[in-house]
Design a protein around this ligand. Structure first.
Ligand code: UDX
Length: 472
């Protein structure tokens, strides 16, 4: 098929979760006609009214524009949406099963529904993160379903000229690399587009779809595309666990992780991104995908040693702030601990696998009184960890605290005045779990500062250093 540059396509997106909603909205803003199919009735009503069930900067505004221009619509009826669509995206969840493997139940259900309802040619694009070989299995499953309907499709005049009903559905794997909080930007300006297909027809259609995006396109077979997604997330998670281990080592040996990370990052083979030591990674992707990749390796009979360590280190790192608190407070029982930031990272209300959950649960188990504040994620957090008192502001959370622990680097926390923090507290311990505060200023305010892999502050020495730098 010829490449149809700039042409508007009819698209169906299955699943109005994070990936489906952002992808569908952005594709509609490119001028394509998009129907997002969602089964959850309450969610559907919310979306149809132009309201977004998640916090994602810019999404509600863009969705509003798409709804107004009628390029975007929502539906619960997959069969009807399939009557029009040329490209169908699968963006349903693949959560972790108890053994760490990805649960493919939703992907399989969707495949079966498509096989039952399809009457015209589509390119089926799997966006959900799935184990290597899944897209091949989906292709086999849909094709088998279509073959069972050969007579019905013939009666409808829907069989392609070649006589092969399988040609009605080309299955492609096209991973998403969206970061929460930046998803719209990542969709419009991705680092790369990976298209896992050997079908010329599918490739032509997808190139048309992505025509307005300026990014390198890598075309591979489906299995390699699936592996690229897991390998990318596994590698990024490895970078984080590595820098967290270096941070712990810095602390044990008197070095400072910020200088170390900066020095490492100046080597462009290493790069300066994803070297921020902290309380460990969380979110809907890294924890799930690293476990799934480990499971994929196990199933293939391969012992993926580094990845196992990455996961273990991350679990331990989430508890690092408890160790730091233990170093300063002889007993955590009845101590009041303020947690600043509950989301797994800033600019999201997502608390899935957030370090805050582990930290709060441990503090509560040890008898501490825990108060939490987050600009967006407080509601989600209160449902997950009910024992934590939720404050309306950082200032309120800090009031009367024995220790303040910063867990998410929201911009508003960077502006907190150390002397005001000290004034509000009963105690004097400030744990900076994201290394974003200035240890010297915090110490000058009379607080005991602890970061992750930071040197203890000696105010006299810091003054000498500053004067030395000024003289140079
Ligand atoms: C990630 C990937 O970046 C994205 O490409 C993929 O498709 C989905 O997973 P996301 O989960 O939104 O995106 O968050 P990201 O910004 O990558 O951060 C993940 C976690 O790592 C957060 O908890 C963050 O705080 C932590 N992190 C990140 C660090 O601890 N240090 C760093 O240097 C970077």
């Amino acid at each position: 098929m010829q490449e149809r540059s700039g042409e508007a396509l009819r698209i169906c997106v299955i699943g109005a979760g994070y990936v489906g909603l952002t992808t569908g909205t952005v594709l509609a803003s490119f001028g394509h006609t998009v129907t997002i199919v969602e089964k959850d009735q309450a969610k559907l009503e919310l979306l149809t009214a132009g309201r977004v069930p998640i916090f994602e900067p810019g999404l509600e505004e863009l969705m509003g524009e798409d709804l107004e221009s009628k390029r975007l619509s929502f539906s619960s009826d997959l069969a009807s949406a399939l009557e029009e669509a040329e490209v169908v995206f699968v963006a349903v969840g693949t959560p972790s099963s108890t053994d760490g493997s990805a649960d493919l139940g939703a992907v399989e259900n969707v495949s079966d529904e498509i096989a039952r309802a399809l009457r015209r040619p589509i390119v089926l694009v799997i966006k959900s993160t799935v184990p290597i070989g899944t897209s091949d299995a989906v292709s086999r499953r849909v094709h088998a379903g279509l073959r069972r309907r050969s007579d019905e499709l013939a009666a409808l005049g829907a069989v392609p000229d070649s006589g092969r009903v399988e040609e009605l559905c080309d299955v492609v794997f096209c991973p998403e690399f969206l970061r929460e909080g930046r998803a719209l930007l990542d969709l419009v300006h991705p680092h790369r587009i990976v298209i896992g297909t050997r079908s010329v027809r599918a490739l032509g259609l997808l190139k048309t779809l992505f025509a307005s995006i300026d990014a390198p396109i890598l075309v591979t077979d489906r299995r390699s595309a699936e592996a690229i997604k897991y390998a990318s997330n596994g590698f990024l998670a490895t970078k984080i666990s590595f820098i967290n281990e270096i941070a712990n080592l810095c602390e044990a040996t008197g070095a400072d992780i910020l200088d170390v990370a900066k020095g490492m990052g100046l080597d462009d083979r290493i790069g300066d991104r994803f070297l921020q030591a902290g309380v460990g990674y969380g979110g809907s992707c890294f924890p799930k995908d690293t476990k799934a990749l480990l499971h994929i390796a196990e199933t293939a009979g391969y012992e993926f040693e580094i990845l196992r360590a990455v996961i273990d280190v991350n679990e331990r790192q989430k508890r690092r702030v408890i160790e730091l608190l233990d170093e300063h407070l002889d007993d955590l029982a009845r101590r009041k601990i303020a947690l600043l930031g509950l989301a797994f990272k800033p600019e999201t209300d997502d608390i899935r696998e957030a370090p805050s959950i582990v930290v709060a649960a441990e503090l509560l188990a040890r008898g501490a009184e825990v108060v939490g504040y987050d600009p967006q994620a407080a509601g989600n957090f209160a449902n997950e960890v009910p024992g934590v008192r939720i404050a309306e502001s950082a200032e309120e959370a800090i009031q009367g605290a024995d220790a303040v622990v910063l867990l998410t680097e929201w911009r508003e926390f960077l502006g907190l005045e150390p002397s005001a923090i000290k004034l509000g507290m009963r105690g004097d311990i400030l744990i900076d779990g994201r290394n974003v505060l200035d240890p010297e200023r915090v110490s000058q305010a009379g607080l005991r500062y602890r970061g992750i892999g930071r040197r203890a502050v000696d105010l006299g020495e810091a003054q000498e250093l500053r004067e030395g730098r000024e003289r140079c």
